[in-house]
Design a protein around this ligand. Structure first.
Ligand code: NAP
Length: 253
């Protein structure tokens, strides 16, 4: 039996690059998906050299029909099975819902909800046929509180992962929503957000988020909330009224 293959979207930076690194370290071959070709090539060279695994790159814009179709076709290819799918690509919008255009909100919803749903759909049938697979949907703690269209989109990832894990785990396919708090990546810089108000203790490193997320996925959990401090915060947020939870969440907007 050869090495299993993991396909990761948004693998050029932040959490996606860390998933690639940790999965390569545990001897997975990789398919790396993102838009930036030179960054994909550089990551692939590094991972092949450091871990001796095979790395394919798939440049694709997951906001386009062609981009999603090419990745879905790779996931559906029975001759080259994918054991682990990590739906990770994403971005945030710095302005409030009413100040964004409908097109901006539509793209945001598409990358965070429609694309992962389509890729899960493509991956699931071959995984169920083999009775083996893992799907990780990178959601957010924002999905547990009222926090704009970002929180609502991530709530879909959590809810759908909980359903899918219940439905498919018994057939060999684990589905896990990994829900980080604030993580040091390019995410906030890309969205142009000033994060100066966020206290130091609220920041996590990608290494910890991915390590705990992969462990929870391997254990068959539907939801992973990396770090004890965020697990406690989310448990508490369920006890307070919506307006208090929303006020706390809005500090990071
Ligand atoms: N950082 C946080 O505090 C935090 C907290 C909770 C959840 N998350 C979630 O974690 C996930 C990863 O974000 P990150 O923090 O690692 O941010 P990041 O460093 O900005 O990485 C985002 C990745 O997504 C890719 N991407 C963006 N748009 C794409 C598109 N249209 N098609 C294909 N790939 C695209 C980017 O690559 P290219 O530019 O090369 O395409 C990049 O590899 C996101 O789903 C985010 O919502 C982040």
């Amino acid at each position: 039996m050869g090495r299993p293959t993991a396909l990761i979207t948004g693998a050029t930076s932040g959490l996606g690059a860390e998933f690639a690194q940790q999965l390569a370290r545990s001897q997975h071959n990789l398919v790396l998906v993102a838009r930036n070709v030179s960054r994909l090539e550089a990551k692939a060279v590094r991972l092949r050299t450091d871990f001796g695994v095979e790395v394919e790159i798939m440049p694709a814009d997951l906001l386009t029909d062609d981009g999603v179709a090419s990745v879905a076709a790779r996931l559906a290819d029975r001759a080259r099975p994918v054991r682990v799918l990590v739906n990770n690509a994403g971005f945030g919008l710095v302005k409030a819902f009413e100040h964004n255009t409908a097109e901006e909100e539509t793209d945001h919803l598409r990358l965070l909800v429609r694309t992962p749903m389509q890729l899960m759909h493509a991956a699931l049938e071959p995984m169920l046929e083999r009775g083996q697979g893992r799907i990780i949907n990178v959601a957010s703690v924002a999905g547990f509180i009222p926090r704009g269209s970002y929180g609502a989109a991530k709530a879909w990832g959590i809810s759908f992962s909980r359903f899918a894990n219940l439905r498919y785990r018994g057939r060999g396919v684990n589905v896990t929503a990994v829900c980080p708090g604030f993580v040091h990546t390019e995410f906030h810089q890309r969205m142009g957000a000033n994060m100066g108000r966020i206290p130091k203790w609220m920041w996590l490193n990608p290494d910890q988020v991915v390590r705990e997320g992969l462990a929870d996925s391997a254990a068959g959990k539907s939801v992973s909330i990396p770090s004890r401090r965020y697990a406690v915060l989310i448990a508490l947020s369920r006890l307070v009224p919506d307006n208090l939870a929303a006020a706390a969440g809005n500090r990071g907007r």
